[in-house]
Ligand binder design. Structure first.
Ligand code: F6R
Length: 250
């Protein structure tokens, strides 16, 4: 695994967007796995800026988002679908039929999860998966305890995650208790993984994921067994990591 420690959130967003843009230019079609939340917002802003400047084409890009809250319709401002429209999709030239989202309003959620797995396989798998990390070490909505071979499924959100995400809702009660999420096994099948973390509230999770035991208690620690995973963390999120001797790779 490679860990890149950058000065601040601005640099993190820039580095991440450069990596994604570079990857998108090298392969057609390109399958991009996307995360929501506060962390990738700056990166998406940079990608939109590059597209606006005429330097980045999305016409060959196929996207799969990691997760969605159960019971929140796609047009609702708290849905992850709405987030993606606002932060990225409506500003770029992506072909709408190439956007994939878990439909958390589906009557049969198990069938929806199975169909999502099949849709990923049908396009040849994910080329690059962008991830954030929860304060408890979760990736997507794979909470502590999630097995390494877990697949796309319905999950119950931890209190910690609901409290952290309540900042996007008017009250904690409004935060759904369930979500659909790609599994850890699904994520590990991506050819490349890019995890972003910013700020002091992520420092313990980053330390545990990078230097602690590889364990379901810290789902992000499983990324260490992937052959091409990169963490970009800012100084605050990386402040508990042991000395790297100026070496970004380890
Ligand atoms: C969202 C997702 C989550 C977030 C994580 C961090 O699609 O996959 O795992 O990445 O909860 O969220 P932020 O970036 O808001 O701290």
């Amino acid at each position: 695994m490679k860990v890149i420690i950058v000065k601040d959130y601005g640099e993190l967003s820039q580095r991440a967007s450069f990596m994604i843009a570079d990857a998108l230019k090298r392969k057609r079609p390109f399958v991009l796995g996307l995360a929501t939340g506060g962390t990738p917002e700056g990166c998406y802003r940079e990608l939109v800026r590059m597209h606006g400047a005429g330097c980045l084409d999305f016409s060959h890009v196929i996207t799969f988002n990691l997760d969605e809250y159960v019971g929140i319709p796609p047009y609702h401002p708290n849905s992850y679908r709405y987030y993606m429209e606002e932060k990225l999709f409506r500003h770029i030239n992506i072909d709408r039929k190439n956007i994939h989202f878990l439909n958390s309003m589906a009557r049969d959620l198990e069938a929806e999860c199975q169909a999502y797995e099949e849709a990923i396989k049908a396009v040849g798998g994910i080329d690059l998966q962008v991830l954030g990390i929860g304060r408890n070490g979760h990736i997507a909505f794979n909470e502590p305890g999630s097995p390494i071979d877990s697949r796309t499924r319905v999950v119950t959100l931890s209190d910690e995650t609901r409290i952290a995400n309540s900042r996007f809702f008017s009250s904690l009660d409004e935060v759904p208790k369930k979500a659909l999420t790609m599994g850890i096994g699904t994520i590990l099948e991506a050819r490349r993984i890019l995890l972003l973390a910013s700020g002091p509230t992520k420092a313990e999770a980053i330390k545990a994921a990078v230097e602690g035991p590889i364990t379901p208690n810290v789902p992000a620690s499983f990324l260490r067994i992937h052959k091409d995973s990169t963490f970009i963390v800012d100084r605050e999120a990386g402040c508990l990591l042991g000395s790297r001797d100026g070496n970004e790779n380890f």
